[in-house]
Design a protein around this ligand. Structure first.
Ligand code: DGP
Length: 211
């Protein structure tokens, strides 16, 4: 038995990182062991290269190379994620995952299936919570938008269309953020997350006692 793996996805500047931190506080308040990993994880050597690529628009990489770097960055954490879920029985929350990898790269014109393939073998999440915005102009007006490579309104619309291809997956949950307070979105995220988490802690404790 493994602990739940919860992914928070979203377009740029939809409040994803704020909401991820609120979810962690909620888990802490409930006394549920948890661990956050944010992708891209910019502190590893591969992550540093990705950071340069995102922040220095003059740094040129082919779209395929960039895609494989983002995937390699996730693979750097594969065994840590598996150990947390299985050995440590810890809920893992990921701020972005494979879905961002596929959506951003296929929005640039790369083949959707090709984009999926380098991540085959990464752990499958129990739930993916996608923070959606119907109004791309509102997102584009948020503070800091435009600083990084992909923060261009027309491109974000293409990325959204690619993310929507995952909507039919049974673990996928859309949450619209337009016009909602941070607290409202936080409540909606918890309503989804708790379906996967509530009761799991008891089961995990019993399972560990049996080992
Ligand atoms: P964030 O740190 O969450 O703001 O993400 C940084 C940017 O990188 C954001 O524009 C989304 C993009 N991104 C995240 N993951 C991937 C990925 O796997 N592939 C590509 N091409 N872009 C990604």
């Amino acid at each position: 038995m493994r602990a739940p793996l919860i992914v928070i996805e979203g377009l740029d500047r939809t409040g994803k990182t704020t909401q991820t931190l609120r979810l962690l506080s909620h888990l802490n308040n409930e006394g549920i062991k948890n661990h956050l990993i944010k992708f891209p994880e910019r502190t590893t050597p591969i992550g540093e290269l990705i950071n340069q690529y995102l922040t220095n628009k003059r740094l040129e990489l082919s779209d395929q190379s960039a895609h494989l770097l983002f995937s390699a960055n996730r693979w750097e954490f594969q065994s840590e994620i598996v150990d947390l879920l299985i050995k440590n029985q810890t809920v893992v929350v990921l701020d972005r995952y494979v879905y961002s990898g596929v959506a951003y790269s296929s929005a640039k014109g790369l083949d959707f299936q090709w984009c999926l393939s380098p991540d085959i073998g990464m752990p499958k999440p129990d739930a993916v919570i996608f923070l959606q915005s119907r109004d791309s102009t509102a997102t584009a007006k948020r503070e800091g938008f435009g600083k990084e490579r992909y923060e261009i309104e027309s491109f974000q619309n293409k990325v959204r269309a690619q993310f929507e291809k995952f909507e039919k997956d049974s673990n996928w949950h859309n949450i619209y953020v337009d016009g909602k307070s941070i607290e409202q979105v936080e409540r909606e995220i918890w309503e989804v997350a708790e379906q996967y988490i509530t009761g799991v802690q008891d089961k995990l404790d019993r399972f560990q006692r049996k080992q």
